[in-house]
Design a protein around this ligand. Structure first.
Ligand SMILES: Nc1nc2c(c(=O)[nH]1)N[C@H]1C(S)=C(S)[C@@H](COP(=O)(O)OP(=O)(O)OC[C@H]3O[C@@H](n4cnc5c(=O)[nH]c(N)nc54)[C@H](O)[C@@H]3O)O[C@H]1N2
Ligand SMILES: Nc1nc2c(c(=O)[nH]1)N[C@H]1C(S)=C(S)[C@@H](COP(=O)(O)OP(=O)(O)OC[C@H]3O[C@@H](n4cnc5c(=O)[nH]c(N)nc54)[C@H](O)[C@@H]3O)O[C@H]1N2
Ligand SMILES: [Mo]
Length: 778
């Protein structure tokens, strides 16, 4: 792997040879090459395990290879032969480890033993599971109120682990369930619930094969959902339209080389993955959709006047929707100049997009973080839905909406009840089944949890996976808040920074990963997950555990629960003997899971069903609702009014090709041409000149916010990049210190990671800083 710092634009297709080489590199680096071939071949297979990468679904048909480059990185990352055990922690103190990069920390390998922080020596020291559980239980039982503890979940946790966790926490007495979803697809869930009565995607993989237009908004599947490229590629090949809305020209959304097509590989050929590419302003998609709706309305009127084929689906609108009149009024009263300014698109582009949309009979709209991490994200999602309702593209084959989920089981975790605002029906069902008084008041989301720590109101943090300290906004402030805790506990596979941001007491509880055999009293256990398409299936790890001391996530949750609650409300040890017993409880409580154990026997699992797909609307009007929201104002201008200071640029924070959220696998971002460093900021060449800098120069980035706190990250190299003027992009989590804790989405509380107002300041350049060799864009 190259450590040379270099920028050189990439011209090849996505996937293909580059991906194959990269798979080989990570595979060799895992130190477990032979063992991991077996593991990789079991990825996403009927009898294998669910890829711990993204939540894209898999068709049940048999194929020898069902993983992608980044899935292979995730597997090799987990199934490494390196270990961070007791000897490692004797050698390195927490303060020494804190000086290392996130990349270095995760490179140290798998955690092998439960560890307890010893404040006197400043080291983590080995502890037995029983002692750990007893200590944590004593701390939890000692709080004045259960609401002083926060129970975080990251979306890799299985259904079985998540269900037990929520049962334990509710029986303990709180709904404080901050989770990664709060920072991710919250806007999709809120927007969709209100408009449609369902918070999940309405389509399955089959629908993609039937769509004649697929719109991909605010998403970079070439890196984050690589298996989706196959779907897009197939769509383009059969003549469907694939329309992209993305300010960046993401390589995977332009060309793709199929790594499993020998001819394409040998001829080094490639095929397009899109047919049209539009580049909106950050947060400009709502305005773009509004513009499209304006064209559709105009054409509908023309069709009515001339008696030609209608544009709207009048029958669907009449039978199934409410709120059309108010929406049409809103569309009409939105002025073009506002639409053009906010969307950052030309009238011609908006018309072209509307034309493609109008011509297609079946349209699917997909999206990810580019739509959900803005202040007005709920309104963006609802505008997408409004458009689909006008044309009846909802609840029929080949049409619908698809919020493409992030973590492999983030959707399942919500289904299992990881929710700080639980639906009353869920609480009723838990109460009826387990006969205890469940807490009814709402709990803390991620931002509220950080605030509660900061104010000293919450005192215990327990994390089921994830990397809370790094994934969350306002990093130094969040770290300070976590340090105020009495106790921090992390259930993890690998070392990360959250383990080093300790409360007064701290524990690391190491767990089995997806790739490993989970042996319990009744034999090896499988766990279940739910993908983006609401398919639920079993996952069985094929590899021997990395250490005999590891426990599974369900076993750790049950161990904690037993220490806190003994056998209330269930016999925690008994259910761990056979996870079928946990699934039987899930079947009793969670809608859609009746006969759970039986239904898992079907190849590829089973579909949970989706009311929208059946045109059943569980909304306040019992119909699909057009919801009219106002376009937001210009963010930089309104912030300038509040702060008296005008930002240079609007920054989006995103993922490189070599990372999984806060886990940094490597320092390259192949498709964006960056090698050997992550300390770069992508800015348009004109903006670089306008701001008085030169490409390749080092800058500090500061963000603006009314509270006037200093938020700064230092020494980022300026890359002159093909990005719309006024915008910038840089990697997460390095830029999280710039995201103010109070800058979150309206109603979502999702940090606005895709729109941060920033200024650039010349860095005091240190010798040996991140200067990189620079091949400029021709
Ligand atoms: N290999 C790998 N796979 C992953 C992850 C990973 O880190 N690595 N993370 C997982 C998780 S948890 C998630 S949530 C997903 C994330 O998947 P993505 O959402 O694809 O991830 P990001 O890197 O945040 O990319 C955001 C994309 O949206 C575009 N964008 C930003 N702002 C806007 C906007 O205002 N409008 C439009 N139209 N586009 C915009 C950016 O240019 C970029 O292409 O991936 C999942 N899969
Ligand atoms: N600025 C900015 N911030 C963001 C985002 C952004 O785009 N920009 N994206 C947001 C999004 S979409 C998300 S989802 C969050 C992600 O937030 P998190 O889910 O909290 O973070 P991850 O980096 O996915 O967590 C990685 C850690 O999980 C642990 N882990 C891995 N596998 C397992 C396992 O099988 N079991 C257990 N118990 N632990 C495991 C490892 O110890 C690893 O270090 O970040 C959010 N933060
Ligand atoms: Mo996510």
């Amino acid at each position: 792997m190259s450590f040379e710092k270099r920028y050189q634009p990439y011209r090849g297709p996505a996937a293909g040879w580059g991906a194959l080489l990269s798979v080989a590199k990570y595979w060799m680096r895992s130190g477990n090459a032979m063992k991991n071939v077996r593991a990789l071949l079991a990825v996403n297979q009927g009898n294998g395990f669910d890829c711990p990468g993204c939540a894209w679904g898999e068709s049940p048909e048999k194929r020898p290879v069902k993983f992608c480059e980044n899935g292979a990185k995730a597997v090799n990352w987990e199934a490494t032969n390196r270990h961070a055990g007791p000897a490692f922690f004797r050698r390195y103190s927490v303060s020494w480890l804190s000086g290392q990069s996130d990349y270095w920390l995760e490179q140290q390998g798998r955690l092998t033993h439960p560890m307890q922080f010893d404040a006197a020596s400043g080291h983590y020291v080995e502890v037995s599971w029983d002692e750990a559980f007893a200590f944590i239980a004593q701390q939890l039982n000692q709080l004045e109120s259960p609401d002083q503890a926060e129970f975080y979940t990251s979306g890799r946790a299985s259904n079985e682990a998540a269900f037990l966790y929520q049962l334990f926490v509710r029986a303990y007495g709180t709904n404080n369930f901050p989770d990664c979803s709060n920072m991710c697809h919250e806007a999709s869930a809120i927007g969709m619930y209100e408009s449609l009565g369902v918070g999940k995607g309405t389509v399955t993989l089959d629908d993609f094969a039937k769509a004649d237009a697929i719109i991909v908004m605010g998403q970079n599947p070439g890196t984050n959902h690589p298996r989706m490229l196959e779907t897009l590629h197939e769509a383009v090949t059969r003549g469907a339209q694939v329309v992209v809305f993305n300010p960046l020209k993401e390589r995977g959304l332009e060309r793709f080389q199929h790594p499993q097509h020998p001819l394409e590989m040998l001829s080094n050929g490639s095929k397009p993955t899109s047919t049209a590419y539009f580049r909106p302003a950050l947060g400009g998609d709502m305005a773009a959709m509004r513009g499209m709706a304006k064209f559709l309305l105009q054409w509908e009127r023309l069709a009515q006047a001339t008696g030609t084929k209608p544009v709207f689906d009048q029958r669907f609108i009449e039978e199934h929707t409410s709120g059309l009149e108010a929406y049409v009024e809103t569309v009409e009263s939105t002025h073009w100049d506002e639409i053009l300014t906010l969307s950052g698109m030309t009238l011609e582009d908006i018309e072209a997009a509307a034309r493609v949309y109008q011509k297609a009979s079946n349209v699917i709209v997909c999206w990810a973080m580019g739509l959900t991490q803005h202040a007005h994200s709920v309104a963006i999602i609802q505008e997408v839905i409004n458009l689909q309702l006008l044309t009846g593209n909802m609840g029929r084959p080949g049409a619908g909406i698809c919020p493409v989920r992030g973590h492999s089981n983030v959707q399942g975790d919500r289904t299992m009840g990881i929710n700080e605002l639980p639906p009353q029906e869920l609480l009723d069902a838990i109460e009826a089944r387990f006969q205890f008084k469940v807490p009814r008041h709402s709990g803390h989301n991620t931002v509220a949890a950080i605030k509660a720590f900061e104010e000293g109101k919450s005192k215990i943090f327990i994390g089921l996976g994830g990397n809370f300290a790094q994934a969350t906004p306002d990093t130094p402030r969040t770290h300070a808040a976590l340090r105020r805790c009495e106790l921090t506990v992390h259930i993890s596979t690998k070392l990360n920074r959250s383990h080093l941001v300790t409360g007064k007491h701290a524990f690391i509880l190491p767990c089995l990963g997806r790739t490993e055999i989970d042996m319990q009293a009744s034999g090896p256990q499988g766990v279940t997950v739910e993908d983006t398409f609401s398919m639920v299936h079993l996952s069985h790890g094929p590899l021997r555990p990395q250490s005999s001391e590891l426990k599974s996530e369900p076993a750790i949750v049950a161990g904690l629960a037993k220490a806190v609650l003994d056998t209330h409300p269930i016999d925690w040890s008994w259910v761990i003997e056979d996870y079928g017993r946990i699934r039987a409880l899930i079947a009793d409580v969670i809608p859609g899971f009746a006969g759970f154990n039986e239904r898992l026997k079907a190849r590829g699992g089973f579909h949970l069903g989706n009311d929208v797909a059946l045109r059943i609307w569980r909304t306040s009007t019992s119909r699909a609702r057009f919801i009219s929201n106002r376009l937001p104002g210009d963010q930089i201008t309104s912030l300038a009014e509040e702060t008296g200071d005008r930002a240079d640029l609007l920054l989006q924070t995103l993922r490189s090709h070599d990372q999984y959220n806060t886990t940094v696998y490597g320092l390259d971002d192949r498709y964006r041409g960056v090698h050997g460093t992550r300390h770069v900021i992508f800015v348009n060449a004109e903006d670089i000149t306008r701001l008085g800098f030169e490409p390749g120069e080092q800058v500090d980035i500061v963000s603006l916010w009314p509270d006037k706190r200093e938020r700064r990250v230092t020494s980022f190299t300026l890359i002159a990049y093909d990005i719309p003027p006024g915008q910038a992009a840089a990697y997460y989590p390095e830029t999280n210190p710039l995201v103010p804790l109070e800058s979150y989405g309206h109603r979502t509380f999702t940090p606005t990671s895709k729109s941060v107002a920033i200024k650039l300041v010349r860095s005091a350049v240190e010798a040996g800083g991140p200067l990189i060799s620079y091949v400029s864009v021709p």
